[in-house]
Design a protein. Structure first.
Length: 400
C-alpha cells in the first residue's frame, strides 16, 4: 500500500481510539481501583469482556480453561496479529506495575484495529492474559493453543522511560522446605535438629554464590517461616526464591548451583530439604527488531521518542511474554508513565499509573499498537522479515 494510504489508515485508527478516549481511560481507572492477584482478576475480566461485547466483538470468556482469560477474534483472512492485555496486580501495592495501562491500551488498539480488519484484510486476536506476576497465564494459554495461527504478538508495558525493549530475563520460582527435629531449646538442645539453621546456612551459601555468577544473573529470596517459639528448636523452616538468568539455557545451569547451596545448608544442620520448583519457567524475551522499529516510529509520530536501553536507563525483570516471544515474533516495549527514576513495583509508580501520565499512556499506547497492527497487515515484507529474524534469533539462543 502507498505511504499516503497507510497514513490515511493510521489517521482513521487514531480517530477510532480518540472517540473512545473517555471509555478507555475509565477502564484503566476501574482496573486500577480494583487490584486483583494472579488468576483472581474477575472484575477486570468481566469489565474488559463486557466492553468488547458492547463493541460488537465476539468474545470467549474464561478462555483456554482459565477462569480469568479471554479472547476475541476478528477478521477472516490475512496476517494474524495478537494484541495482549495484562491486568493482574501485586500484593500490597496494587497496580505498581501498571497493568491497568496495559489492559486499557490493548483494549483500545484492539477495538480500533477490529473496526478496519475486514477492510484491510487482516486478522486480529485480542488476548486477555491473566497472572503475569508469577502465575504464567500466557504460558498456560499457549499450552492450550492460544497462539495457533498467530503471526505476531504485541503489547506495551509502563515504565519510567520510553524504551524499545525491556531486559526481560529468564526466571523460575522455587519453594524450599527444611525439616529437622523439635526439642526444648534450653533443656535438651542436643536432641534437636534446627531447620531454621539449615535455612539460614542455605541463605548464606546463596549470598556467597552471588559473588560468582554472571552480571545478568540474579538470585533473591526470603525466609517465610522460621519456627514458632524461641524456646523450641524449629522442626520446620521455609524459604521462597526466584532464580534468574539472561537465557533459559543459562537458567538451568544456575538453578543447579543454587540448589547445591540449599542442600549444603540442610546437610550441615542435619536436616532434610524438599525443593518445589514452579511448574512454569519464564523465558527471556526475544524482541523482534523489525516490528520494534515500526513501533518506535509510530510512537515517535505521537511525540514519544523511544530509546534503546543503556546501563543507566533500563528496566530489568521477567515476564511470561518471553515465552510468547520464543513462539512468534513479538515486542514488549516500555512506555513512559512516570518520571525517570521512579521504578516499577513501587507505591509511587502505582500512583502515576492511575494518574494523568497513565491516562496519556493508555491513549498513546493504543494508537502506537494499532498503527503497528496496520503495518503488519499492510506490509507483507515486514511480516517476512520479522519471521526470518525471529527464527534466526531463537535458533541462536537455543544453541548457546
Amino acid at each position: 500500500m502507498e505511504p499516503a494510504l497507510i497514513s490515511d489508515v493510521k489517521q482513521r485508527l487514531a480517530a477510532e481510539i480518540d472517540r473512545r478516549r473517555d471509555l478507555l481511560v475509565d477502564v484503566s481507572h476501574q482496573i486500577h481501583a480494583h487490584p486483583e492477584l494472579n488468576f483472581e482478576e474477575r472484575f477486570a475480566h468481566d469489565l474488559l469482556t463486557g466492553v468488547l461485547e458492547d463493541e460488537g466483538l465476539p468474545v470467549v470468556r474464561r478462555a483456554r480453561g482459565l477462569d480469568t482469560a479471554f479472547e476475541a477474534l476478528v477478521g477472516a483472512t490475512g496476517t494474524t496479529v495478537a494484541v495482549l492485555c495484562e491486568y493482574d496486580a501485586l500484593p500490597g501495592i496494587g497496580h505498581a506495575c501498571g497493568h491497568n495501562v496495559i489492559a486499557a491500551a490493548g483494549l483500545g488498539a484492539g477495538l480500533a484495529a477490529a473496526a478496519l480488519a475486514d477492510e484491510l484484510g487482516g486478522r486480529l486476536a485480542v488476548l486477555g492474559t491473566p497472572a503475569e506476576e508469577g502465575g504464567g497465564g500466557k504460558i498456560r494459554m499457549m499450552a492450550a493453543d492460544a497462539l495457533a495461527g498467530v503471526d505476531a504478538a504485541i503489547m506495551i508495558h509502563p515504565a519510567d522511560a520510553e524504551l524499545v525493549t525491556m531486559d526481560a530475563i529468564a526466571v523460575q520460582q522455587v519453594w524450599a522446605t527444611y525439616t529437622g527435629e523439635a526439642a526444648h531449646a534450653a533443656a535438651f538442645p542436643q536432641r534437636g535438629r534446627n531447620a531454621l539453621d539449615a535455612a539460614v546456612l542455605g541463605y548464606n551459601a546463596v549470598a556467597a554464590l552471588r559473588q560468582h555468577i554472571a552480571g545478568g544473573e540474579r538470585v533473591h529470596g526470603i525466609i517465610t517461616h522460621g519456627g514458632d517459639k524461641p524456646n523450641i528448636v524449629p522442626a520446620m523452616a521455609r524459604s521462597e526464591w526466584m532464580v534468574r538468568s539472561p537465557t533459559v539455557a543459562g537458567l538451568a545451569v544456575l538453578e543447579e548451583r543454587f540448589a547445591a547451596c540449599l542442600r549444603g545448608g540442610a546437610e550441615a544442620a542435619g536436616c532434610t530439604l524438599e525443593l518445589r520448583w514452579d511448574d512454569v519457567t519464564y523465558a527471556d524475551m526475544v524482541d523482534n527488531q523489525a516490528i520494534g522499529q515500526r513501533y518506535a516510529a509510530n510512537a515517535a509520530a505521537l511525540g514519544r521518542t523511544v530509546h534503546e536501553p543503556t546501563a543507566a536507563n533500563r528496566v530489568v525483570g521477567s515476564t511470561d511474554m518471553g515465552n510468547v516471544s520464543y513462539e512468534v515474533p513479538s515486542i514488549h516495549p516500555m512506555i513512559e508513565v512516570a518520571p525517570s527514576g521512579v521504578p516499577i513495583h513501587t507505591p509511587e509508580f502505582a500512583a502515576f499509573a492511575g494518574g494523568p501520565e497513565g491516562d496519556r499512556a493508555v491513549i498513546d499506547g493504543a494508537k502506537a499498537l494499532a498503527w503497528t497492527v496496520a503495518d503488519l497487515w499492510l506490509d507483507a515484507g515486514l511480516v517476512d522479515l520479522a519471521r526470518a529474524q525471529h527464527q534466526a534469533e531463537v535458533a541462536a539462543r537455543q544453541a548457546t
